[in-house]
Structures are given as structure tokens and as C-alpha cells.
Design a protein around this ligand. Structure first.
Ligand SMILES: Nc1ncnc2c1ncn2[C@@H]1O[C@H](COP(=O)(O)OP(=O)(O)OP(=O)(O)O)[C@@H](O)[C@H]1O
Ligand SMILES: O=C(O)C1=C[C@@H](O)[C@@H](O)[C@H](O)C1
Length: 283
């Protein structure tokens, strides 16, 4: 019994740590999960990362086999095109891919809606303490594709649209785990987050993410310089998640100008696009 599925990473429009309302958009790079159900306990591997914390993806397999199978164990392996703890939601993508791969291994894909599958991954993230709010914003964007706006306190999808943007990502050579973020400082910028949520619900995603980025750089202690370097050329740029990556959206020519500046920084830049199809199961 084997299943394979892939789910996209995501960038941030609104970080939910201030108010519980969040917004994110799916981007090209993916996490692929391969699940084999042939044992009693569940063990996980992250390709290329020794000593990776595999509890999240193991918990995803456990939750799915408990609800849709017979508590089977087995192995789960993830292969990721995005680095861990970089603000690009690799945890949500890994959880979504693992939930779908496990459902595929059980031949139970048709029994579960995509939204319900994303919620199982959110539950696994809460159970293993890798998230602050549950991050249904990131999970829904990765699972459904497009741009989503969610209430993470109720795991409710408030709004979803698709956008065809080019996306530039700068990832510095550091890591920042969401579970270590200073939540109280984020709550202090709630009035700004409410304004960003209004813009996002109206589909004004670019302006929303730029205001989000300026506010969360302040709350989380990141420099706004990468944003200032992008703002002359693009309307949408933000710190992604709890950092350290930044994302800028627009069209190719505008992003090329930003990339020239971000290429002078340490770390890596990646030019990709928005992704509107969401997670997919490999036959
Ligand atoms: N590719 C992966 N495969 C398996 N587990 C993963 C993967 N990516 C993340 N995780 C799990 O999620 C945990 C938290 O990850 P992390 O804080 O890096 O989330 P992220 O989604 O990459 O970052 P952010 O929330 O800032 O976007 C990791 O400790 C690990 O347990
Ligand atoms: O852990 C969390 O709850 C979150 C982490 C970041 O990705 C945020 O962007 C997201 O809105 C919520």
C-alpha cells in the first residue's frame, strides 16, 4: 500500500499571529511525500536533512490511518524543493502532501474533501507544536492553490481567489521556526493586521502584503531594507510568515529589477510563479 502526493509551498499576504486572521498564496516549489503502509509504528524521513524533526509528518499518517484506515503504521518520506524554517510554509506543504499520500495509500481519496484533508494536517501541526495558530491560511493556500484568507481560530475559509503573478523569493542563510516567534509583540500590531485583513478580503492582495511586511518586520525584528529595495518596482512585497524569507509579486520585468538588488544579498533568490491548482496526488 503506497501513495505519493505533492503540495506547493506558499508566501504570505497576512501573518495570522496578530489577530488569528491570515492570508497566503501558493507558489511553484513543492514538497512531495511518499507513504508506505506496511508496519505497526510510523517512521518518517526528510530527504537530505539528517536529524530532521519528523513528528509532524508521522502524526499526519497516524491521524489519517486512525480515521480512514485500521491504524496501520509504515514509513513517510518527504522530498522538499524549499528549505525548512524559511518562512515558505514547508510544514504546511509537507503535512498536506503526507495526508493526501496516506489517503491514496488507503485508496480513500474520494472519501475526504480537500478542505477536510488540509484540516487534518492542521490538527497534526497543532498536536506536534510546530504552529502558533494552526496556520490554516498556509495549509488552505497549499492544498487548494491560489490566494486564501482564513480565520485560523475557527479554521474557516473566508475568501479564495486566483492570481497569475510572477513571484520572487529571497531566502537568507538563516532559519526561523514559527513556534519560536514572539507572539505578544505580534499581537501589539493587531490594528494594522485588521487593516491588512480588510484589504485582503477585498482582493487588494498586493497592498495588503506590503503593509503586512512593514508591520511584521517591526514586530519580529527583521530589517525592512529588502522591502525598501523592492517597493520602487512592485506593489506587493512582504516578509513571508515569520521569516526569514521575503516575497515580492508582480510581473517579470519589475521583478528582474528587484532580483538584481536581492542577488547582492547573502542567501538565494528564486524566481517562480503563483500556483492555482493546489496539492496533487501522483497516480
Ligand atoms: N519538508 C518537511 N518534511 C517533514 N517535516 C517538515 C518539513 N518541513 C517542515 N517540517 C516540520 O515542520 C516543523 C516546523 O517547520 P518550520 O517552522 O520550518 O515551518 P515552515 O513551514 O518551514 O516555516 P514557516 O512556518 O516559517 O513558513 C519542522 O520542525 C518539521 O517538523
Ligand atoms: O504558525 C502559525 O500559526 C503561522 C505561521 C506563519 O506561517 C504565519 O504566516 C501564519 O499566518 C501563521
Amino acid at each position: 500500500m503506497e501513495g505519493r502526493a505533492a503540495a506547493p509551498a506558499a508566501g504570505t499576504v497576512l501573518n495570522a499571529l496578530a489577530t488569528g486572521t491570515g492570508s497566503a498564496f501558493a507558489i511553484g516549489p513543492e514538497v512531495t511525500a511518499t507513504v508506505s503502509l506496511d508496519g505497526e509504528s510510523v517512521s518518517g524521513f526528510v530527504a537530505g536533512v539528517e536529524d530532521a524533526d519528523t513528528r509532524l509528518v508521522e502524526r499526519c499518517v497516524e491521524l489519517v490511518t486512525a480515521e480512514y484506515g485500521d491504524d496501520q503504521g509504515g514509513t513517510v518520506r518527504t522530498d522538499s524543493e524549499v528549505p525548512l524554517a524559511s518562512g515558505l510554509k514547508s510544514s504546511s506543504a509537507a503535512a498536506n502532501a503526507t495526508v493526501l499520500a496516506t489517503l491514496s495509500a488507503l485508496d480513500a481519496v474520494d472519501e475526504v474533501s480537500r478542505t477536510a484533508a488540509a484540516k487534518l494536517g492542521v490538527q497534526a501541526a497543532r498536536d506536534t507544536g510546530v504552529t502558533v495558530t494552526g496556520a490554516f491560511d498556509d495549509a488552505s493556500a497549499s492544498m487548494l492553490g491560489g490566494v486564501t484568507v482564513t480565520d485560523n481560530d475557527r479554521d474557516e475559509l473566508l475568501h479564495r481567489e486566483t492570481r497569475a503573478w510572477d513571484v520572487l523569493v529571497w531566502t537568507p542563510p538563516e532559519q526561523a521556526f514559527s513556534s519560536d516567534a514572539p507572539v505578544e509583540r505580534c499581537r501589539q500590531i493587531a490594528p494594522v493586521a485588521e487593516l491588512v485583513a480588510d484589504l485582503a478580503r477585498d482582493g487588494e492582495f498586493k497592498r495588503a502584503m506590503t503593509v503586512n511586511g512593514l508591520a511584521f518586520c517591526g514586530a519580529l525584528g527583521f530589517s525592512v531594507e529588502p522591502m525598501l529595495e523592492a517597493m520602487p518596482d512592485v506593489a506587493g512585497v512582504s516578509l513571508s510568515g515569520t521569516g526569514p524569507s521575503f516575497v515580492a509579486v508582480g510581473d517579470g520585468d519589475d521583478l528582474a529589477a528587484v532580483q538584481e538588488r536581492w542577488d547582492d544579498r547573502q542567501g538565494t533568490t528564486l524566481l517562480t510563479t503563483t500556483q492555482s491548482e493546489g496539492a496533487r496526488i501522483h497516480d
